[in-house]
Structure formats: C-alpha cells, structure tokens
Design a protein around this ligand. Sequence first.
Ligand SMILES: Nc1ncnc2c1ncn2[C@@H]1O[C@H](COP(=O)(O)OP(=O)(O)OP(=O)(O)O)[C@@H](O)[C@H]1O
Length: 942
Amino acid sequence: MAGPPATPLSKIQRNQSSTPGRAKVREDKILVTVRMRPLNRKEQAMYDLIAWDCLDDHTIVFKNPNQERPTVPYAFDKVFAATCSTHKIYEEGAKDVALSALSGINATIFAYGQTSSGKTFTMRGIAENAIKDIYEYIQNTLERDFILRVSALEIYNEIVIDLLNRDSGPLRLLDDPEKGTIVEKLTEEVARDSQHLRHLISICEAQRQVGETALNDKSSRSHQIIRLSIESSLRETSGCVKSYIASLNFVDLAGSERVSQTNTCGARLKEGSHINRSLLTLTTVIRKLSGGKRGHLPYRDSKLTRILQSSLGGNARTAIICTISPALSHVEQTRNTLTFATSAKEVKNNAQVNMVVSDKALVKDLQKEVARLEEELRSPERSSSSSLRSLLFEKELKIQQMEREMEELKRQRDLAQSQLEIERKSNKIQKVSPSSQVVRCLSFPGEDESNICKQSPQQGEAVGRQAMLKKLIASPDPSILADEIRHLEHRQRQLFEGANRALEDFHKDFATHKLGNQETAGTMGKVLSEIKDMLVGSSNPEEIVIADKAKLMEEIGRLKSQGNTIVSLEKKLENVQKSIDTLVSSFQSTEETPESKTQLKRKKILPFTLSNSPNMQHIIRTPRSPLSSSRRAMENEIENRAPGNVVALPGGGTFPRLEKDTPLKDDEICNSIASREGSPATRQSKSVNVKKIQRMFKNAAEENIRSFRTYVTELKELVAKLHYQKQLLVCQVLELEANKSVNEEADITAQSPKPWHILFEEQRKQIVMLWHLCHISFVHRTQFYLLLRGDPSDQIYMEVELRRLTWLERHLADLGNASPALLGDEPAGFVSSSIKALKQEREYLAKRMNAKLSAEERELLYSKWEIPPVGKQRRLQLVNKLWTDPYNMQHIQESAEIVAKLFDFSVSGETASKDMFQLNFASPYDKKTWAGWNFISNLLNL
Ligand SMILES: Nc1ncnc2c1ncn2[C@@H]1O[C@H](COP(=O)(O)OP(=O)(O)OP(=O)(O)O)[C@@H](O)[C@H]1O
C-alpha cells in the first residue's frame, strides 16, 4: 500500500472548489462527528442508564443525573443521536470527504471509540454507501474512464497483515521519500464493478482478527484499513490533463478502552497493550497537531500513525466518526472519546488535487506563458502602474549617472583632442588627427557629424538619451525599453563597423611597415594576427531585425549570442592593446640603442621603403589610417625646410610647397613623391637627408601607434559602456515582466522598505520553501544556501532565484501538477521526474557517505538525526531526512552542511562560484563576463 503522495502546501484554495459534493463552508480541518448508539442488550439487562443527551445536531452533553457538577456541553461538526441511521451519518459526516477521491483528493474516514461502541457497525455502512455513490458517479461521468483498485491490511499487535492475502505473512513498512510510508508487497486488486468490490471487502472483513471481550462478543482486535485507489482519465486524447489519482481509506480502529475495563488477560491483554500503544500515539499526534505546533510529531512511534501519516495533518481530507456508548457505566470512556474528538477537530489538513499532467500539456502551458509575457511587453497600458513608474524612475536615475560618467569620459577625450589640435596647429600641420578619426569611427551614421563637432557632450548624444528617458518616464512602456535596447544594439553595431574600418586601415599600414629589428617584427606580426582575428570575429555583425513581431525567446537567444560577441571583442581589444604597448616600447628601445643606430646607418635603408611605390601609394591613399600621418609628417618636414635645403626635382624644379588652403589630393602627393623617388637627383638628395627622414618616419610611426592605442582604449570604453547600458535595460525589461505578477507585493514593498538583512532572511525562507515545493535538486539548494549569506551583492541572486521559483511554483500550481501522483510504475509528468531525480540524488549521496565520512562521523550523525542503531540502509535513512523540513532553518543549515560535505563543496572563491548560478551583474569594468542570458534562456527553456 503506497502512502498518498505528498504535495506542496499551497493549493488548498484552488482545490476546494473542484470537489464534487463538497460543502464549501468547511475548510481543511478534520470533519469530526459523534455517533451515539442505542443501549445494547447487555446494558439494558443491567439497567444501565443513558448518560448523554444530544441537545441539537452539534452538541452533546452529559446528563449528570446527580446534578453534582455543572455539565459542559461538547460541540462537534455533527452529533448523531442513537436513532440516527447510518445513511444519515454517511450523508452528513462522510460523503463529502469520501467523494473527494473522485476528483483526485486523498480522503480518509476513521471510526474511533471504545470497544462495542459501534465502530465496525458504522464503518461497514459508510463503506457500503460510499461504494454505491462512487459507482453512481462513475456511471454518470461518461467523459472519464475510472479504474478502482482495492487493498486492505490490518495492524494486529503491531504486525501488518495483508487482508487480501493473509498467507503472505507480516509485511514491512518502507519509507519512500516521495510516497511516504509504503507497505511492501501488499496485494492490490482491480475492482471490476461494485459487486466485485463488495466481494473483495467482505473477504477482508472475514480475514480480520476478532476475539471475545467482556464488552463485545466479536470485538475487532486490530486496526483495519481498507484502501480504494481511484484513478480517472479523460476519454478524449486532448493532451491536457492525463488523470486524477487519489486514495480513499476506510479505517476501523480497534477499541480505545482501557485494559481494566475489558477484563482481559493473556492474549487479549497483549492485544490491548498494542492497541493502546497505537491509539496512544494517534492521540498524541492529534493532540500535537491540534495545538498548531509543527515540532516533532511521533508518527513513527506506531505503525498505525506511520501508515496514516498523510491523513493526519497531511495531503488528505479526513473525517473522524467517534462512536460512543450512551451507558452511564461507560461514561469515562465516552469522555475520553469526546476529548479525543475535541482535539481532532482542530487539526488542519492540506489536501491537494493529485493530477497527472502530460509533458505535452506542460510545454503548452509554458508556451502560453511566453506568449503572455510577449503580449505584456507589447501592451503598455497593461503594465502601467505606480510601482512600475517608480521602478522606471529609479532606473532612469541609474542611467543618468552612467551618462554623467560617459560625459566625463567624453570631456576628457575632447580635451585631449583639442590639446592635440592646438599642438598641431602650432606646428602648422594641416591634417586630420587620429583622434578626430577616432571620433569619426565612434560616431554613428544616424548622428550629424558636424553636430558632434559643434556640440558639447551634454548637447550631443546625451540630448537624445535624455529625450528617450523622458519618454520612458512619461509612459512606462516596456516596448520603449525594448526599443532602447535595440537602439543601443544598433549603435553597438555601428561601433563595430567603425572599429573594423579603422582596424582594416591599421592592418594595411602595418602590412606595409617593415620597420625595426626582429623583436619588433615579431610583435608586429602578433598585432597583425590579432587584428585579423578581430576582423573575423566582428566583421559579420548579426543582422538585427527586431520588429515588434519578434518573439521574446528569439530576442533573448539573439541577445545572448551578442553578449558573447561583446565579451570576446573586449578580450581581443585588450590583447591588441597589450601588443601595441610592447610595440611602442620596442620602438623606443630601437631608437635608443646605439647598435641599432649603427645598423641603420650601415644598411642605409628607410624605415618605410618609400621606393616601394605600391606601398607608398597605399599609405597615402588610406584616409583614416593612423599611419597616414607619417606622410603628413614628411610633408611637414618638406614644408619647413629652408630654401637652401630644397631638394631638386627633375627638370631643375624645386619640391613643390604644399599650400595649406589648397592641399594636394592623396594620389597627387603620392604620385609626385613616387616620381621624385625615381629620379637620379632625388637619389642623391635621399642619401643626404636619409637620417632626417628616418627619424621623421620613426617618430610618425610611434605617434601613430600611440594614437591607435588611444583609439583602442576609447573603443573598449565605449563597448563596455554600451554593454552595460544594454544590460541595465534588459534587466528593466525583465523586471517589468516579473513585476506584472507581483505588482501588489511590489507596491507594499515600495511603501515600507525593509533593511536588507531582514529582507534576506525572509527571502531565504521563501526560497527554501519553494525549493521544497518545486523539488529542486539538493546540490543546487546547498550551493545556493551556503554561498549566499546576506551580502548586499547577493540581492540580485536572491531576487532572481525567488522569481524563478515563484514562476515555476505558480506553473505547477496552475497545472495542479505539484503532486507526485503515480500510476503504478509509470512516470507521471514533470513533477514526478523531478522527484525521481531527487531520489537518485539521495541514493548517490547515501553512497558517498562511506567515502566522505569516517565511521565515527557517520555514527554521530545517525544519533543526531535519530536513525535507529540497528536497521538496514541507515545511510539512506539519514539522507532521506535531509532537506525535509522547510520550516526549520536549523534543519536546513545542517542539511546543507551535510550535503556540502558529501559533495566536497568549498565555499571559498565565492565570486567565482556565484557565477554558477549564471548571473553576474558586476560592472563590465570589472572585466567579468555577464552571463545573465544563460539564466534567462534556462528559465524560458530555450
Ligand atoms: N448504532 C447502532 N445501532 C444498532 N446496533 C449497533 C449500533 N452500533 C453498534 N451496534 C451493535 O453493537 C455491537 C458492537 O458493535 P461493533 O462491533 O461495531 O463495535 P466496535 O466498536 O467495532 O467494537 P470493537 O472495538 O470491539 O470491535 C454489534 O453487535 C453492533 O451490531
């Protein structure tokens, strides 16, 4: 007999209404009724008196014939006088609960009372009526297929016996982490129809232990449990709900009397002591539960309470019918029964619908959720609320702060640029500076270049952003945020293109550059390959087609891949910068070494092979090339040359002076220089001026490399800024999504912000409960629990975890799939597979215990966790207790510590480990990879 499935504790409200015939006024307390039987023959013969009076349908009072003490009435859900028929008792005290099983809710009906008070008499009638109603319901519910299975056991002297197969001998109880306590090898028969079911039940009754006591000729000496498992499935193959599955237990307890009263001895005495032990545990459990305390409940102290655990404060609806004798001679026993009944009516259960849902249905539901989120992103009016506005305002402040930083950076850049310009002007250089090239590279086609030059940073790009932000605040529309992300992406792409152009030019320049010693050549080669690499990596920017129709999943998938591109671009830029640094230092050393000077002198070669006409052409032709300044430097040199030093041109002319206001075109300059290079006169002059030109080109090359380094730095900063901005905006969009469902909560939180440490504790409790409800892996729980200790930087992890789990739990709740309902061995849906995975995890942990813990440590744990000193599978027993009590944070802490030990988790290297949760919201300046997309993808099951 498998215990009823344990299900999450949060579905009570939702499930109540779905119960056929259920009175909605009742909540989840146990339904407690009292039935008084008539005086029996023996009592009549002894002229016993009727000591109890039913005042009304709910109250019973002791008659107190002596009038010695004032009488205190007992009130219950129903009180049935001796004249009431069993049918009435069924209708008013059991039917509603019994028929819950038809809708997937576990149900249990108990009969409790002293011997001969009428328990068996009552339960027989209740079962008969219930069977009749169940088959009637089945006949009228054509859209569903039903399967009924029956099993029965008795607990006699704390031994469990199969009533459908008595020969099988004593049965063992096993603890199953998912199903609770199960009775091993218990026979289960499928009932073909109502007749067959009645027949099977009659077999069980015939098999039950009875004996004669002073009070009852046919006293039931055992506790009997007859269980009907009812499974129903929709006939149509809609791919939706697969089936409901629930158990209905009829429990006829042995008498609750004291041994002395039944005049028992020998075998009956032994029975009595066992019966009393089970009933004593039952009473203790009920008493503890009625006090509302959730401390230790001694379910395990008796087999009865172990088997019925889920019916006592668990996943079941429960009705208890307390039977009493009216006789004055039994008044003390009756009082005990009524006291028990009074406690029982305070016990609350948490019944759930046990529904098995197919994977297909689950996927369908997730798709619906994605569509809903998508719709929300598109419909601004739905998301508008004050909390949303305040959220946006907060974000806007953050963005403004970032903008200020960007402006400061731009200001510094412009300052450096203008200083350079001043310097150049003073040298009367008429050229386009590398910095201005950088500006051009970093500007975007959509922006007016002249404006960039004219406007201050505050007036330039920031103006557009400010306008956008104003728009955001005025209309808290998630689609605007999405547009903003797209805008940033667009700019980012332009940035790549600009970078590519500059890098290509730089590449070409270096290809023509044969300067320096071997070391320099090596470094140059490295730079070239790195640049090439970058071009490959970024030369094919993804086509960004983000229409409003774009689906959220595609969007996030695409953003994810972009995130990676940005990260790799950042890394590559960093590499290039390093190489450039090496190159610059190598230039300096080359210049300073006397040997290099001698070598240069001996070889008499130019740092740039100007005689190489195609290369020269290329240098001059490249308008944005940083190295093109070498050409300009040469012009400058020529321009400033004293008339006596003017190099003679073929045909007796002089070198033409370049007019500042009418500069020659690049090609013209190139051709003129090239033609001069070829003439004999030039060859002569070249030898004269070779040193000067050498130095000039060296300086120019060095300057160009420095310029490029500045450019790379700026590029990196901009990439990082854009990346960060985009990240922030994406977070906003995600928050908008999440906030839709928790708007009210957010409002409340916004009104009364709590200190972080309090919030952390609250969130942690919620997370622990959600882990429990969603059957999350122990490894994940343990890592998360031990790593996140309340540091302010943990906030984002906590929030994301909470949202993820809330979302998951809500889905499971909506589907009613949060129970591990099983059909035989067949896997039953999403939750079942999670539970199965947990089971495997437990088994794995149990296996590791020997390897990871010494015998001494294990023994200590066994005693701490109350594992009996003898018994099989003690390791598994211990592991099965881990992470089982989400209310008890001490328990959670200890569970986490044990799992951590078994898995060798180290909490050191915290930052790196937190990345395991696939979230890193650190600033890109920290050079960490932001991997939030992975998380979002996982969440959406991409
Ligand atoms: N409400 C009733 N009306 C008429 N007869 C009753 C009623 N309740 C019980 N009886 C009779 O009382 C006798 C004892 O009932 P029953 O065997 O059901 O008691 P019990 O509580 O199950 O006792 P035990 O715990 O010893 O098994 C039976 O003969 C039964 O027919």
